[in-house]
Write a protein that binds this ligand. Structure first.
Ligand SMILES: O=C(O)CCC(=O)C(=O)O
Ligand SMILES: [Fe+2]
Length: 419
């Protein structure tokens, strides 16, 4: 599930020490966002930078901030990057000249060909038969009032993500297993539900579409048409669905990447959007070592906004969780949806892998199964996976400093050598 910016400060630990600093900007950003939920993340980031990373100073200067001047917040300006490509709007071939993101500016993508070219995602518009999409939406709108906000520990505070969600699996025995064996942010989850009739009906359609998108992606994008190291060659089977509800323009989810602990490396996720159209922002994560940082890196980290209309399926491909972060940005305005009003429902279908069950994964000194993470800060170990203690995410608990490198075979199957 997601790593919703939930890294508390830890005491000195075993390597890689640079990971201690990981996400510190995002933590600060999340803190500011929870204090100023009406202000968009781009502005928060600018203000944070202008105050040399001091949350207190940035927050003080935001007390009198009036949202509105900088951005319209309205989705729907640009149609396709291909209109700007060499060869003009009539060209049907893919863009040859890469249009890159720029630091400080958001590149808005609406066209599936642009999304496939510039991000690790592909998108299918009008994915479900219209009536099925509406039935699924109605069913989940009925469920949503009982969803809860996810709370997480940020430094010494417990904060809530500004949206609600719930977690669904196929059978009562799976619910039981998830409740007793699995940990999220160091604790057990209580709200696990059985897949609803429409979620069950849509599941095989998502499975087929995602597997076929993955095959296409391998052919068109990865060098030599070969699957990536660690990418599973197995059929992707969505046995869990995480459902989010965003009620109104201000509800959002901060920058994060989804937890790999139960999905394994190079996880694939199929994400359906229903109701109000919102912006899904993505940005690349590059190593932050001062000495090896290249000037072009900051532009490559510029944010890209993917427009997610009602009844679209977004596939997050292999490199998404390791090398990119994503968020649902707060909007300044939204177009109400005829069925959902101001609400957006999102379903992320996921494949919980049997060989990543917590009965197999390493345990830390707190006797809790470790969380799987990936190095993103240091160029030296960039992309290497490791297991670490996440008991520190539990309010009032310290956690231990357990760390060990994680090993996988070429197909992404874990190798559990020493425990
Ligand atoms: O609402 C969305 O489209 C994304 C939700 C998300 O990132 C998550 O559930 O991890
Ligand atoms: Fe996510």
């Amino acid at each position: 599930m997601k790593a919703v910016l939930n890294r508390p400060k830890r005491k000195a630990s075993t390597p890689p020490p640079a990971e201690d600093a990981e996400d510190s900007t995002e933590l600060k950003l999340a803190m500011l966002a929870s204090l100023h939920s009406d202000i968009d993340q781009e502005t928060l980031m600018d203000v944070l930078l202008a105050h040399d990373g001091s949350v207190a100073d940035a927050s003080a200067s935001l007390q009198n901030f009036k949202p509105g001047g900088k951005k319209t917040g309205v989705i729907g300006q640009q149609q396709s990057l291909r209109h700007f490509a060499v060869g003009g709007a009539s060209s049907t071939s893919p863009v040859k000249k890469k249009v890159k993101s720029r630091k400080g500016a958001t590149l808005h993508l609406f066209d599936p060909a642009d999304v496939a070219e510039h991000t690790p995602c592909t998108i299918i518009h009008n994915f479900l038969p219209p009536d099925l999409a509406n039935d699924l939406l109605k069913e989940l709108l009925d469920e949503a009032p009982t969803f809860e906000q996810i709370t997480f520990k940020l430094f010494d505070n417990v904060v809530s993500s500004p949206h609600t969600s719930s977690f669904y699996v196929g059978s009562t025995s799976e619910i039981q297993t998830l409740k007793t064996d699995y940990y999220y942010n160091g604790s057990k989850l209580n709200d696990i539900r059985q897949l609803t009739p429409q979620l069950t009906k849509v599941r095989p359609l998502v499975q087929d579409a995602v597997n076929s998108e993955v095959q296409d992606r391998i052919k068109t994008t990865y060098p030599g048409g070969k699957k990536l190291k660690y990418q599973s060659p197995n059929t992707w089977i969505p046995n869990a669905a995480f459902v989010n509800c965003y009620d109104g323009a201000q509800q959002s989810v901060g920058w994060h990447s989804d937890h790999l602990t139960y999905l394994g490396p190079r996880a694939i996720i199929g994400s359906i959007s229903l109701g109000v159209a919102r912006e899904f922002r993505v940005r690349r994560v590059l190593p932050k070592d001062e000495d090896t940082r290249r000037p072009e890196d900051s532009d490559a980290e510029g944010q890209i906004s993917i427009h997610l209309p009602h009844n679209s399926l977004l596939v997050m491909h292999a490199e998404m969780q390791e090398e990119w972060k994503h968020s649902i940005a707060p909007a300044l305005s939204i177009d109400p949806h005829p069925i959902a009003g101001n609400k957006r429902i999102n379903i992320t279908y996921r494949d919980y892998r049997a060989n990543m069950h917590p009965r197999y994964t390493p345990k830390c000194k707190c006797n809790i199964p470790c969380v799987l993470r990936v190095v993103t800060r240091k160029r030296e170990n960039f992309g290497k996976y490791f297991w670490m203690c996440h008991a520190g995410n539990i309010p009032d608990k310290e956690g231990c400093s357990h760390f060990q490198w994680a090993e996988f075979d070429n197909d992404g199957n874990p190798i559990y050598g020493k425990r």
